[in-house]
Design a protein around this ligand. Structure first.
Ligand code: GLP
Length: 241
């Protein structure tokens, strides 16, 4: 419980207690947290200390507040490694989640200047513009907009895009995907994407941009993805040389 003689601050001890009830599944996502008054009575600590612990857990994503309703347990975030060049489908299957895709836009058109340059294309070459909502167990978690040269990746259909694009590229076209560069930055969701992702307008998202190349160095795709920041966190292993 809470040890008033411990050198650890009381709010921190309460945070750890609440985290334990979440980790042990005593409280599950969507459950309401006991009120500030109840927590302060149960643990014999001030309401200010309780408030501090709750605010910290809200900021860390364990809890969320709803105006006039109370504080609730958040869904745990997906942890995604930034190492390894994987597809969305592979990422979900590795977590025993059912991958899904909803095609929002599919178009073939002559590449504009900046895409042409990034994909190293000649004049008038056609590209696909593909926008997909990506789902995990039917829950929307990311929106992906990809650009790929039609000549290099012929025969892409909406049907393929409802499944795995990488699988089609590797298993049907027998192309070897080699490496990619990827950036991750914070952004604000736009209005259209907020509807698809089922988040409030103006919430933060993680904007990920990837440029992928085949093993022989040919540029394959440019992808801009908006991941729900309340559902996703990225992890990277680092070494001190
Ligand atoms: C990830 C990558 C994209 C890639 C996609 C392919 O989401 N960020 O660059 O296009 O996977 O996914 P799938 O094979 O599931 O269609």
């Amino acid at each position: 419980m809470i040890d008033k003689h411990s050198p650890l601050p009381l709010y921190f001890q309460l945070e750890e207690q609440i985290k334990k009830t979440i980790e042990s599944k005593e409280l599950v996502p969507g459950d309401a947290l006991p009120s500030e008054r109840e927590l302060s009575e149960n643990y014999q600590i001030s309401r200010m200390t309780v408030r501090q612990a709750i605010t910290n857990l809200v900021n860390k994503g364990y809890l969320f507040r709803e105006k006039g309703k109370g504080t609730f347990v958040s869904s745990q975030k997906f942890e995604q490694s930034l190492q390894g060049l994987t597809s969305f489908t592979e990422d979900m299957l590795a977590r025993n989640l059912k991958p899904g895709s909803k095609l929002l836009h599919f178009e073939i058109y002559p590449a504009d200047e900046d895409i042409k340059e990034s994909l190293n294309l000649q004049d008038d070459e056609l590209i696909y513009k593909i926008k997909r909502l990506r789902l995990a167990n039917e829950e929307p978690i990311a929106i992906e907009t990809s650009y790929l040269p039609v000549k290099l990746v012929p025969g892409v259909t909406p049907d393929i895009l409802e499944k795995s694009l990488y699988k089609y590229i590797e298993n049907n076209l027998h192309l070897s995907i080699g490496h990619a560069t990827q950036t991750v930055e914070a952004a604000i969701v736009n209005e259209e994407d907020s509807k698809h992702l089922k988040v409030n307008k103006g919430v933060p998202i993680l904007l990920i941009q990837r440029e992928t190349y085949l093993e022989n160095g040919t540029p394959l795709e440019i992808v801009k993805s908006s991941y729900r920041a309340d559902r996703y966190k990225f992890k990277i292993g680092i070494e001190r040389k």
